[in-house]
Design a protein around this ligand. Sequence first.
Ligand SMILES: [Zn+2]
Length: 703
Amino acid sequence: MKRFIYFSLFIFILLPAINMKAQNKTSNNPFFTEWDTPFQAPPFDKIKTEHYLPALEEGINIKRAEIERIIDNPDKPTFENTIAAIEKSGELLNKVSRVFFNISGSNSNDEIQKIAETITPQLSKLHNYIYLNEKLFERIKSINDEKEKLNLTPEELKVLDNYYTDFVRNGIGLDAVKKERLKEINKELSMLSLKFGNNLRKETNALALIINNKEDLVGLPDAVIQGAAELAKHNGLEGKWAFNLQRPSFTPFLQYSERRDLREKLYKAYLKRGNNNNEYDNKDIIKKMISLRSEKVKLLGFKTYADYKLVKNMAKTPENVFKFLFDLWKPALEKSKREEREMQKIIDEEGKNYELAGWDWWYYAEKVKKAKYDLDEGMLRPYFKMENVRQGAFDVASKLYGIQIVKRDDIPVYDSDVEVYEVKEADGTHIGLFYTDYFPRSGKRAGAWSSSFRGQSDMDGKFITPLIVNVGNFSKPTDNQPALLSLDEVHTLFHEFGHALNGLFSKSIYPGAKRSPVDFIELPSQIMENWALNPAVLKMYAKHYKTGEPIPDELINKITNSQYFNKGFEAVEYLAASLLDMDWHTAMDLTNIDPIQFEDSCLNKIGLIPEIASRYQSTNFNHIFGGDGYSAGYYGYYWAAVLDADAFGAFLENGLFDKTTAEKFRRFILEKSGSDDPMNLYIQFRGREPKPDALMARFGFNK
Ligand SMILES: [Zn+2]
C-alpha cells in the first residue's frame, strides 16, 4: 500500500543486460568479495559510492551470460535446468542492486542518482533480453505444458507460473504484427501516463485561492496561516496568503475556515483538477488510454482490461470485485447519511439557514470530533516516544511468536540514525537482521516503507537469512525532547514492522516465490496495526517520556471512542472511486465516450450523495491513469483490510496473544505468502474464507 515499496522484487523483475566493457575488478571493491561481517551483512563501512557501478555492470554481464547458458543447454528443459537455474542466476547483480536501490531511496545524493540513471536503461535492456527471448520462452513453455506430470510442489508451480505468465503478458506468444502493435501501445500508454501525471501535478500545485485580507483567514490555526504565507511568498506574493490543491494545504482550509464561500471555491477547484479545458486537461488522455488498454488486452485474449489485471490478483474476476464493493457500499452509505444528519443538526443549532454541502463536510466533521470525543493529538504524543513504540512492536511480536529481538552494535550501518537488531527464535536460532531508519534526512524519499538488503532463500541446501529494513520519516528528536510520534506514525511503525516480520519469517526455497498480489500484500502489515492501539497493548508500551507513567485510561477511552469517527464518509469516498475505476476498466463500448458523462452516470447509478464526492475524479485519478499499478486495483486496499480485520478476529476469538493462532498465522501467511495461492493460504490459517463482517464492525457500519 502507500507505505510499502517492494524495491527488491521490482529489481528482480527488471533484470536486463548489455555489452560490457572490461571491468575493473579491484580487490578493494567489497561487492567482489565475500563479506566477513556478522551474518554477511553489507559492509557499509567499506562500501563507497564508486563501488556500485562496476559491480552493477559486471552483475548484469554475468546474469546475461548465465541466461545464455540456460538457453544453450542441449538437455531437455526441466524445472531444475531452466526455472531453478534462472532463480539461481544473477547472484552478484542481486547482491549489489539490493544495497544500491535501498541506498538510492534512503541515503541518496547526486552521484547516486547519476548511477541510477546510468544503470536503469541497462537493466531494462536485460529485462527485454530475458522477457522477449523466444528461445528461453520455448523452454519455459515446454515445462509449463507438462507441469501436471512433473510432480512439482505448490511453490515450484507458483514460480513456474510467474515466469510463464510474465512472458505471455509481455506478448511473447503473439505473431510479429501483433507483437509490434503491442510494443507501440505500451510505449504510447507510458507516455500518456506520464503526461497525465504531469498535468495533474501542475493543476494540483496551482494556487487555487489567494487571500489578500487577514479577516478572510478567520478560523484557521496559526500553523496553517504560516504555511499559506510561505506558499504565497514562494510564488512572489509576499504579504498575501495562498492555498493550492495539495492535501496539506487544501484539507486544513476546509476543516477550519469559517468562510463558507471560500471553502466552496477551493473545494470546487479541487474536484475540477484535470478538467478545466486548458493545456493541462486530462479528458482526451483518459479516452485514449482506455481505448488503448482495451485494444492491448484484446490482443492478449482478454475481454476487458479488468479481466486482464484481476486474473493475477486474489479477486480473480471483475464480478468478484463488484460484489465485494457493493456488499460494503450500502452500509457505508447508510453510515455516511447518519454522519450527515449529525452535522446538519449542528448547522441548525448554530441558527444557520443552509443544507450541508460537500465543502462543509470537513468543517462540521471537525466540530463533531471536538464536541463528541474531546480528542487532541498534543495530549497523546508524550506517550509515544519512538523508542517506546518500537519496543511495543517488538514486544507484541515476541509475545505472539516467542522470538527475541536483541540490539546489535557490531553491524555496519550507512548512517548514525540506523539501528540494527538480531531476531532470534526462543531457542536462540538466528532468524535474520532488522534495521530501523526512522528519521528524515536529505537524500531520503518521503513516506515509509519496508525493504531488504537480502531476501531469504533456501536453494541447494543453503539457507540464506534475510536482512530487512524499515525506513520512515517520523517526527525527529529536538534539542529538548526525544522523538514523540503522532498517532498516525504509531500506526505506520507497526504497519512497516508487519512487512518486516513477513520478510524475516519467510520460508521459501526460491527468491521468485515472494510475489504477492496487490490485494494480499498488505495483510501482514495492516494486521499489526490492530495491536498498536489495543488498550492492553497501549498499557505495555505507551509510557510518558518524562515520568514513565503508563497512558491513563481516560486517554485510552478517548482513542477507543473516536474509532468510528467519520468512517462512513471515508468508506463512501473510497468505494465510489473504486467503483469508478472498475467501471472504466470493464467498459465495453468505447466509441465517443465523454469522460465526465461516463463518471456522472457511474456515480449516479450507485446513489452517491451530493455531499460526498468520489475520492478522485477521473481527470485526477492518478492511481489508475498516472500509472498502471492500481488500475482495476484500487479496490485492493479494502480487500486486504477485509483480510486483516477477519484475520485479527481469530486473535480476538482465541486471545490477543494466543500462541496457536499466532503459530498458524506465521506458518501459513508470514512464511508462505507468495509461494502459494493466497486464498489457499488464508483458508489454511483461518479454516474458512474471509468474511467482511469484521471490517464492517471496524468501520462501525452496524452502529
Ligand atoms: Zn504496507
